[in-house]
Design a protein around this ligand. Structure first.
Ligand code: SF4
Length: 323
């Protein structure tokens, strides 16, 4: 890379792996260690190219259609969760299933199932086609209506409005979701809202960190894959706050011209992006002249989720664990 005016890198805190991603990757690694390759995984375990390639090299096979999985195989559901239909098909085909659905997504599934039994219909705020949205909407055969923006709220037609509840994809823009939720509330004043918001702590914390960092930097780099919802939201947020912002899947995607005339570089990573990729970006930006790397103050996350039964090994440390 060519010389530029870059002098300092500011590292967002928190950034990178959340507890749900950590757990999902560990489930695949432990299944490989315990049962041997191949281990089948429905959908990318988390939306990150590096993580998926690393697990492929260790013997994981990623599939979308359960018909691709041979009888008797071990199958893992990705962190995004699956519909009831996928769960039922997996059991009907007799696979040994381990569920790496993030417990915070499962919490939404449980809430939907419980309220549906009480006769509720749902408005879901989320992005069409995202696997988490397909999984959550697929908890019911009907009665769950997706809205992607405020315009959708005006158009949505639930069968009734007496028993209506709202649920949200866990990785949305906090600000966009609040605006859409306000429109939902205005149209359906009696709608039931969750006691604790569905947008997860990791999404909230990473967006808060970008809000604090954005005015202090000239450019923000987000490490994340194009399919990662929460990574995209971090880049958009910085851009909205007036900071030039780029998302890269790896350090090779950095372009020297982005840094021309920029002094302070902010760096963060989506919840599915490993720290090794952040380190590689730091090395490349150092080559542009950055002499210091400074960690911002921020929330220290301590959330940890338990592993599913049947995957606890005596040896807690796995060789070559992705981090
Ligand atoms: S981003 Fe949030 S919901 Fe998604 S895996 Fe991480 S903790 Fe779970």
């Amino acid at each position: 890379m060519s010389e530029s005016g870059v002098s300092e890198i500011l590292l967002a805190e928190p950034r990178g792996f959340c507890a749900g991603v950590d757990r999902a990757i560990e489930i695949v690694e432990r299944a490989l260690a315990k049962f041997g390759a191949p281990i089948y995984v429905r959908h990318e375990i988390v939306h990150n190219t590096y993580v998926v390639n690393e697990l492929k090299s260790k013997g994981a096979i990623f599939i979308e259609d359960l018909a691709e999985v041979p009888p008797g195989a071990t199958l893992i559901f990705s962190a995004h969760g699956v519909s009831k239909a996928v769960q039922e098909e997996a059991h009907a085909r007799g696979f040994e299933v381990f569920d790496a659905t993030c417990p915070l997504v499962t919490k939404v599934h449980v809430e939907v199932a419980k309220l549906a039994k009480e006769g509720f219909e749902f408005i879901m705020i989320g992005h069409k086609g995202h696997p988490e949205v397909e999984g959550t909407m697929g908890q019911l055969s009907s009665g769950i209506h997706l809205v992607e923006d405020v315009a959708d709220v005006a158009r949505v037609q639930p069968g009734q409005s007496d028993k209506l509840a709202v649920v949200t994809q866990t990785t949305l823009s906090v600000d966009d979701a609040a605006e859409i939720a306000a429109a939902v509330r205005a149209r359906f004043p009696k709608i039931r809202e969750p006691k604790q918001q569905d947008i997860c702590y990791a999404t909230q914390n990473r967006q808060d960190a970008v809000k604090i960092m954005s005015p202090q930097v000239d450019i923000l780099i987000v490490v994340g894959s194009p399919t990662s919802s929460n990574s995209n939201r971090l880049r958009e947020l910085a851009q909205r706050l007036g900071t030039d912002s780029y998302m890269v899947d790896s350090a090779e995607e950095l372009r020297p011209e982005w840094f021309e005339g920029k002094s302070r570089v902010g760096l963060t990573a989506g919840a599915s992006a490993p720290e090794v990729l952040v380190d590689e970006v730091i090395d490349r930006v150092r080559a542009l002249g950055a002499v210091s790397v400074r960690k911002m103050d921020g929330i220290q996350e301590t959330t940890k989720f338990p592993l599913p039964k049947g995957l606890k090994l005596d040896d807690q440390s796995l060789p070559g664990h992705i981090s």
